[in-house]
Design a protein around this ligand. Structure first.
Ligand code: MN
Ligand code: MN
Length: 364
């Protein structure tokens, strides 16, 4: 197969002297073969022997679906009564001494079963190769991400119509998740978060029965899956009236940090420096200790994926990278503000996928 993804896998196998490798993370299997499936507890794997053709191993009940979508023509099946690892070892044949696996994904129990069947003398992690491949988005992937972002923005527009004093956080969540499905999403890309008042100071708070009050800050953090790709945006609003001066200052600081980070992004700078561009603004405003998380994370087939955008990541920003820019300030007992955009790195700068306005807005 003369596909850039496969060429990089084969090159890595040669460089690392791998006799074979096994991909088990279901999205990675899909990324390389076109067959996307959630096998639950059953075994699903893509095996790539060094000197032989690759093959898929799927539960027997998935054979027809795999045949319909897999670019890898050789497909083996196992039944619920089989030992899939013993079968796999037989199909791989002998001579697999140095073997590649995804150490982030293969549980200890599954590794022990694989090792008992295969008996390789050393196992190398190939997770980084897959992460690096996935990080470089193709034009088709970028358009899927853009559509996932635009869909969640349409959901936010609908959800804001339901905001008024006295409505609870969870009632807003219900409306938002209804709109996600109604507007065509596969579903939320993570648990939809709507927080109001002093609960906005909890970066990972849980929506509940708290009612929206006049003067509250109101935070939405949410995303959808659309066509296999995730969005993840945050907007924070004021409800019914202009919030107090402290809340306004926090908001303007976070917005300035978000804009400073975006202005800094281009190929060649480090991810650490992108984090610093935002963090410096917040620190100078006196809120440094209240920005207690990284600036962002990679986004793609998973809502959190490689790379991590934090102050110790000296990896370079590269064209095609998609990540979130989400500075926040959280003052316990007062309020929190986060503004999260999804961006794509272009040849000479950045393409901000998120289009929803960011100026402080009073709603409801
Ligand atoms: Mn988010
Ligand atoms: Mn995020």
């Amino acid at each position: 197969m003369n596909d850039p993804r496969w060429n990089k896998i084969r090159t890595h196998m040669n460089e690392q002297n791998l006799d074979g490798l096994l991909i088990t993370e279901p999205k990675h299997v899909g990324y390389l073969t076109g067959f996307f499936s959630n096998p639950h507890e059953r075994f699903l794997g893509l095996a790539i022997p060094k000197n032989d053709e690759p093959f898929l191993v799927v539960p027997a009940l998935d054979l027809e679906a795999a045949k319909a979508s897999s670019s890898v023509p050789l497909i083996h099946t196992h039944n619920d009564t089989d030992d899939a690892y013993a079968l796999l070892s037989g199909w791989l044949g002998s001579g697999h001494q140095t073997f590649g696996i995804e150490k982030d994904h293969l549980s200890v129990a599954r590794f022990e079963r694989l090792n008992a069947a295969l008996g390789a003398s050393s196992y190398r992690d190939v997770g980084n190769v897959l992460n690096a491949l996935r990080a470089a988005k193709t034009p088709e992937e970028i358009e899927k991400l853009r559509r996932a972002v635009h869909l969640i923005e349409a959901v936010l527009t609908e959800g804001l119509k339901q905001v008024r004093v006295g409505v609870t956080e969870i009632e807003i969540v219900a409306e938002l998740e209804y709109q996600m499905k109604k507007l065509g999403a596969e579903g939320p890309s993570f648990d939809t978060m709507v927080l109001t008042g002093d609960k906005t100071a909890l970066p990972h708070g849980n929506p509940g029965s708290r009612k929206i009050e006049a003067g509250d800050m109101l935070m939405f953090d949410m995303g959808v899956y659309l066509d296999g790709y995730a969005s993840d945006i945050t907007r924070t609003f004021a409800v019914a009236e202009r919030p107090n001066d402290e809340s306004v200052k926090i908001y303007e600081t976070v917005l300035a940090a978000n804009l400073a980070a975006i202005a800094h992004i281009r190929p060649g700078v480090t991810l650490a420096s992108v984090d610093a561009a935002a963090r410096d603004v917040i620190t100078e405003a006196g809120y440094g200790e209240f920005f207690m998380h990284r600036l962002g994370h990679g986004l793609g087939m998973d809502v959190h994926e490689y790379p991590s955008v934090h102050g110790a990541n000296e990896e370079q920003v590269t064209e095609g990278l998609c990540f979130t820019v989400e500075p926040g300030v959280y003052v316990a007992g007062e309020c929190g503000v986060r503004i999260e955009d999804d961006v794509i790195v272009t040849a000479d700068g950045v393409d901000v996928l998120t289009t929803f306005p960011k100026e402080l807005t009073v709603i409801g």
